[in-house]
Design a protein around this ligand. Structure first.
Ligand SMILES: [Zn+2]
Length: 255
């Protein structure tokens, strides 16, 4: 038998597995359903936070965001929403948007379609219970998708949101480590906004994925995330960036 007769199917299988892995984890992959990864203007930066609400950090974060008139989007874990409904209400009353980040933060790749729906539905109901309306945005835990995650989210009226930059603020490293990892946002803003229109070089801006909570326990220490934002928010503002929610990032006309 010629070797390629055996090897070709193996190569195809390996390529298919590689493609599936890409579709599952690569943040801007659209293989398993359309997702939002960018804002509609180079001027707009969408700052997003996962794994809250977190009584230890979220209130301080809300104050910091207010100081720079920054609006953000918080992807919440359902079981924490049930523990801290007042904090969730406060987040919305200060102009931020919410997203569904599942009930217990499992890796959805390992769940069958029924259990994916249960995870989404429980968080959906928790947020609706806290603020009266369900959110419009969904982000899968760990960014993991399979062929039924994005469609299951769509059934509940969600658009799935990924990111352009995830600097790894969950790692136990000092703010001095985290701050340079957020540099690409300033670099891109400098490149794209230098020519006055803000659209000539790139028509879309960044979606930054940070964490105000920890999926293992409530009250996670996210002081480094706060410190890194204290460093960057004034610098990003001075570069001409506007801090927008996901709704403003995709629905409001580009400036
Ligand atoms: Zn998460």
């Amino acid at each position: 038998m010629q070797p390629w007769l055996i090897e070709a199917p193996v190569a195809v299988t390996v390529a298919a597995a590689g493609l599936a892995a890409y579709g599952a984890v690569y943040p801007r992959a659209q293989l398993f359903g359309a997702t939002i990864c960018r804002t509609n203007s180079a001027r707009k930066l969408a700052v997003t936070f996962d794994d809250g609400p977190n009584p230890a950090i979220t209130p301080k974060l809300l104050d910091l965001l207010d100081r720079y008139k920054a609006k953000a989007t918080f992807f919440l874990i359902g079981r924490y929403v049930r523990e801290c409904p007042e904090l969730v209400k406060e987040t919305v009353s200060r102009g931020h948007e919410l997203g569904n980040h599942t009930e217990l933060h499992p890796n959805l790749l390992r769940l069958n379609p029924t259990n994916v729906r249960v995870e989404l539905r429980l968080c959906h109901d928790a947020i609706r219970g806290a603020i009266g309306t369900p959110p419009k945005w969904f982000r899968p835990p760990f960014g993991m998708r399979n062929p039924w995650v994005v469609p299951a989210a769509r059934e509940l009226g969600y658009r799935t949101v990924m990111w352009t930059l995830i600097p790894g603020d969950w790692q136990e490293k000092p703010a001095e480590w985290l701050i340079p990892r957020m540099q690409p946002i300033a670099d891109r803003a400098q490149r794209n906004l230098a020519n006055s229109s803000g659209r000539a070089v790139a028509s879309t801006g960044d979606v930054l994925c940070l964490h105000d909570g920890g999926h293992r326990d409530l009250n996670a220490d996210r002081s480094r995330t706060l410190a890194a934002l204290e460093h960057w928010l004034p610098r990003w503002r001075d570069l001409g960036l506007e801090f927008v929610t996901i709704g403003e990032a995709v629905n409001t006309p580009a400036p």
